[in-house]
Design a protein around this ligand. Sequence first.
Ligand code: SAM
Length: 267
Amino acid sequence: MKRKSGIGLENVQAVYGGPEGDLWELVMGQQIHIGGFKSSMDLAEKAGIGAGLAGVDLCCCNGAGMRFLVRFRGVAKMTGVDATPTVVERGRQRCKAEGLEGKIQFVLADATASGLPSGCADFVWGEDAWCYVVDKARLIAEAARIVKPGGTIAFTDWIEGRAMTDREADRFLTFMKFPNVQDLKGYGDLLKSSGCEVKMAVDTGRFAPYVDLYLGMLDMQLTYDALKIIGFDTNLMGAMAGEMQFMQGLAHAGKIAQGLFVARKVK
Ligand SMILES: C[S@@+](CC[C@H](N)C(=O)[O-])C[C@H]1O[C@@H](n2cnc3c(N)ncnc32)[C@H](O)[C@@H]1O
């Protein structure tokens, strides 16, 4: 697994509590993951997430994934865990504004130590966020602890595909503020070590076309809005675009990808 030392939870909280997080939301919408609604529906279908279930979204951000699950999959109750106060507060407000506060609650906590009771969820959910977590073994163990025996862990995440060089990995991890990046086999091994059976571990193939889309939107439509978020700093905008283009190259070379995982906790 490629790593970058010196990146921790405080860096992630700074991103999602400030302009960088707002920039991601501008480009991706409230569902801050590759593929938005389509990706969530794909994951829910593959994992069999449906009516009446109770779930936990680890690293839920503003809760858009939970609102999706309640509205479009008939999920009865969701608990979201996130460590950034700004997004949790925003999430609570958005759930209230949509009349969903009775079905969705938020917990401000580190996802590796959520404080939730063992076996409290029919499923644990995550979308393109676990890449920010330093200790992925602890995170998967926490997901396996929270889910009931026989329950499901379903998540997508940014992963390494074909091997990056050390220099590429260093630049990618620095820009994204990821402490490390897993791969299909690595997550599969962690799930098995936490007592889960891996049902699916695949590359969705979405990363490259979606990074093209995001760059196109920033260049062709959203330039002013993006500049406003970063204080009209055109140099910073240029530098960020350069890093996004670098990621675009990695994605088209198959070196970074969106992985999709479905696992069942063994009884
Ligand atoms: C890309 S956003 C998540 C997007 C969300 N899953 C969605 O699909 O809309 C990443 C989120 O992970 C949260 N996060 C990162 N590391 C965390 C940790 N160790 N514990 C809890 N939350 C964490 C950040 O605060 C941020 O809100």
